[in-house]
Design a protein around this ligand. Structure first.
Ligand SMILES: NC(=O)C1=CN([C@@H]2O[C@H](COP(=O)(O)OP(=O)(O)OC[C@H]3O[C@@H](n4cnc5c(N)ncnc54)[C@H](OP(=O)(O)O)[C@@H]3O)[C@@H](O)[C@H]2O)[C@@H](O)CC1
Ligand SMILES: [K+]
Length: 511
C-alpha cells in the first residue's frame, strides 16, 4: 500500500493561490465575483453553524482588495438573515474590481457603508462580533504606520474577532517582525487550503485556531502546484484502512520488539508496548531490564518479555533476527553502559531490512554519538520533541530555520523525523513536510510520546511503509487524544487515556 500523495492537501503560497483562482475561473467558466460569493457564503454558513446570526450584531471592517470584497459580500448576506450589520470600508480610490461590484450590491440593497481612514475612531458595540476583512493573502508589505491604529483598535476592543482568510497584517509564508501590526482574532476562517503561517508557533497569538472553508476551487489545479508543505487531515484517512480477512493470522501483522525501560521508567516502555498491539500489530515483545519483567507480564499479559541480564538498565541489546519492526527508546535512560550497548547494536547488526523507530532517550543516545545516524536503516523514524531535535540538528532562531535544518538532516540521512508539538510536523526524506490536523493541548503530558511510538511501531509491523506509519500514526494519536479529551476533558488527560481510546478512535475512523 503506497500513499497516494495526490490526496494530500497542499499548502499553497499566495502566488499559487492566485494561479489556482485564475485556472478555476477558466475551468469552471465562472467569474471572480462568483468565487467571492462562494467565499462569503462559506463564511455565512460557518457563522450560522456557530451562532444564531439573526440575533447577532456584526461589525465588518473591509479593506480595498478582494478580502474586503469578501467582507462586503458577507455584509449583504448577513443583512438578508436579519443580522444587525455595520460595514466599514477603507476610504480609497484603488478598490479591486469585485470590491467595487460588492459596494454597488450593498448600495442597491440599501445597506449603508461607512468609510474609515487612518484617523477614524471606531465605536464598537460591546456585543458586536468584529469581522476582519482588511487584508487577506494579498498583503505584500507590513501594515504601514498610518493604519496601525486601525489594527490596534481591533486588538484592544473586547469584542470577539473573526478573521476572513488570514488575520489582517499576517504574511502567509514568511514571518512578521514582532513590531508589525497584525489582527489577533479568535478564529480564522481560511479558504480552501490552510496557509503556512497558520501553523507556526510564532503566530499563535494571531491564530489560536483556524478552520478551512471549502470554496470548490479546482482540485486538479491545486494538485498541479509544487508544494513542499502539506496538511494531513481526515480526507486522507480512508486509504489507510488495512482490514483483516477471515483467514488472517497474527503473523501477517508483524512481529515487533520494543526495547527500553530502566529502573523507575518501566511505565514508558509498557505504554509503548501496549500501544503496539492496540494499533493492530500481530505480536509484540518487550525487551527490558530484569526489574521490568514482572511489571509488564502482570499489567500486560498479551506481550512477551525478554530481559537484559542487568537488573535496572539495558546494557546488552537483544538479537533482533526474528523481528521485522524495532522500537527503541522509551524509558531507556542515557547511562554510559546503555549508550555503549546501543552503539554496538547499531554498528554490529545488519538492520538493512528492518523497520525502526527511535524515541525519547533513544534519540538522546543518538545525539551523543552523531555518527551512529549513518548506521540506521533507511527511513528510520525519529520522534523528537523540540529539545531532542535541537540535539540532532542544532539550535534554531525561528520556525523557518528549524524547517530548513530538519529538512537537510532528513534528506542527508534518508530518515523520517516526526517533530512533536502543536500541528506535529512530519519530515519525509523526499523533502515533503506534513502538518498534522489532530490533537489538543491536553496531550502534552507524561507518556504521550511513548504511546505515539507504539502506535507508529504497530503500524510499521502491520505492513505500512515508514511514510504511511509516521503520517497516519501521528494522525491517529491526535485523533484518539481528541476522543479522550471529548469524554474526560483536556486538563486531567493522561497518556493511558490516549491508549485506551485507540479502539474507539480506530472504530470511528474505519467502522
Ligand atoms: N482563491 C481564493 O482563495 C479566493 C480568495 N478570495 C479573497 O481574496 C483575497 C485576496 O485578495 P487580494 O489579492 O485582492 O488581496 P487583499 O489581501 O485583499 O489585499 C490586497 C490589497 O491590499 C493592498 N496592500 C497590500 N499590502 C498592503 C499594505 N501593507 N498596506 C496597504 N495596502 C496593502 C494591495 O494594494 P497595493 O498597494 O499593493 O497595490 C491591494 O489593494 C483572499 O485573501 C480572500 O479573502 C475570494 O474573494 C475569492 C477566492
Ligand atoms: K483578513
Amino acid at each position: 500500500m503506497q500513499i497516494q500523495y495526490i490526496y494530500s492537501m497542499k499548502i499553497l503560497s499566495p502566488q499559487q493561490l492566485k494561479a489556482v483562482e485564475t485556472q478555476t475561473i477558466k475551468i469552471q467558466d465562472v467569474d471572480l465575483i462568483n468565487l467571492m460569493e462562494r467565499a462569503a457564503t462559506a463564511v455565512l454558513n460557518w457563522l450560522k453553524n456557530h451562532m444564531d446570526v439573526s440575533k447577532n450584531h456584526f461589525t465588518i471592517i473591509c479593506g480595498v482588495g478582494n478580502n474586503g470584497g469578501d467582507g462586503l459580500a458577507l455584509a449583504r448576506l448577513l443583512a438578508s438573515e436579519n443580522s444587525h450589520v455595520k460595514v466599514y470600508l477603507q476610504k480609497n480610490n484603488n478598490y479591486s474590481l469585485d470590491n467595487l461590484t460588492n459596494q454597488k450590491r450593498l448600495k442597491d440593497a440599501k445597506i449603508p457603508i461607512e468609510f474609515y481612514d487612518s484617523e477614524t475612531k471606531f465605536e464598537f458595540q460591546p456585543f458586536s462580533i468584529i469581522i476582519d476583512a482588511i487584508f487577506g493573502y494579498g498583503l505584500n508589505r507590513p501594515i504601514e504606520q498610518e493604519w496601525i491604529s486601525i489594527i490596534n483598535q481591533i486588538n484592544q476592543a473586547e469584542n470577539a474577532v473573526v478573521s476572513i482568510d488570514v488575520p489582517s497584517g499576517l504574511f502567509c509564508d514568511q514571518l512578521n517582525s514582532p513590531e508589525d501590526a497584525v489582527v489577533q482574532s479568535e478564529v480564522t476562517l481560511t479558504f480552501q487550503t490552510p496557509k503556512l503561517a497558520l501553523f507556526l508557533p510564532e503566530n499563535e497569538k494571531y491564530v489560536p485556531q483556524f478552520e478551512i472553508l471549502d470554496i470548490s476551487l479546482d482540485w486538479a489545479s491545486m494538485e498541479s502546484q509544487n508544494a513542499d508543505f502539506h496538511y494531513f487531515s481526515m480526507d486522507q484517512i480512508p486509504q489507510f484502512h488495512k482490514g483483516r480477512t477471515v483467514f488472517s493470522h497474527k503473523y501477517e501483522f508483524g512481529n515487533v520488539v520494543t526495547i527500553g525501560g530502566s529502573y523507575g521508567k518501566i511505565g514508558a516502555i509498557l505504554l509503548t508496548t501496549k500501544s503496539v498491539l492496540r494499533s493492530g500489530a500481530g505480536l509484540v515483545t518487550a525487551y527490558v531490564p530484569k526489574c521490568g519483567c514482572q511489571i509488564i507480564q502482570t499489567s500486560f499479559p498479551e506481550a512477551m518479555v525478554m530481559t537484559d541480564f542487568s537488573e535496572d538498565k539495558i546494557i546488552a541489546f537483544p538479537s533482533v533476527d526474528g523481528f521485522d519492526t524495532i522500537a527503541i527508546g522509551p524509558g531507556i535512560g542515557t547511562d554510559e553502559k546503555t549508550a555503549l550497548a546501543f552503539a554496538q547494536f547499531l554498528e554490529e547488526n545488519d538492520l538493512t531490512n528492518k523497520k525502526m523507530i527511535i524515541d525519547a532517550d533513544g534519540i538522546n543516545l543518538l545525539a551523543k554519538n552523531p555518527e551512529l545516524v549513518n548506521k540506521l536503516p533507511e527511513k528510520t523514524i525519529l520522534t523528537p520533541h523540540n529539545k531532542e531535535l535541537e540535539r540532532l540538528v542544532g539550535n534554531w532562531n525561528d520556525s523557518f530555520e528549524k524547517i530548513k535544518k530538519t529538512k537537510e538532516f532528513v534528506q542527508k540521512n534518508n530518515l523520517i523525523v516526526v517533530s512533536k508539538g502543536a500541528y506535529t510536523q512530519t519530515y519525509l526524506p523526499n523533502a515533503q513536510i506534513y502538518f498534522n490536523s489532530t490533537g489538543n493541548p491536553g496531550m502534552a503530558t507524561a507518556g504521550s510520546g511513548d504511546v505515539l511510538t507504539g502506535i507508529i511501531a504497530g503500524h510499521l509491523g502491520k505492513g505500512f511503509t515508514a511514510e504511511e506509519a509516521a503520517l497516519f500514526g501521528v494522525f491517529l494519536h491526535g485523533f484518539c487524544g481528541d476522543e479522550a479529551a471529548a469524554q474526560i476533558g483536556q486538563e486531567s488527560l493522561i497518556a493511558s487515556d490516549i491508549l485506551n481510546f485507540i479502539p474507539t478512535g480506530m472504530k470511528k475512523l474505519f467502522g
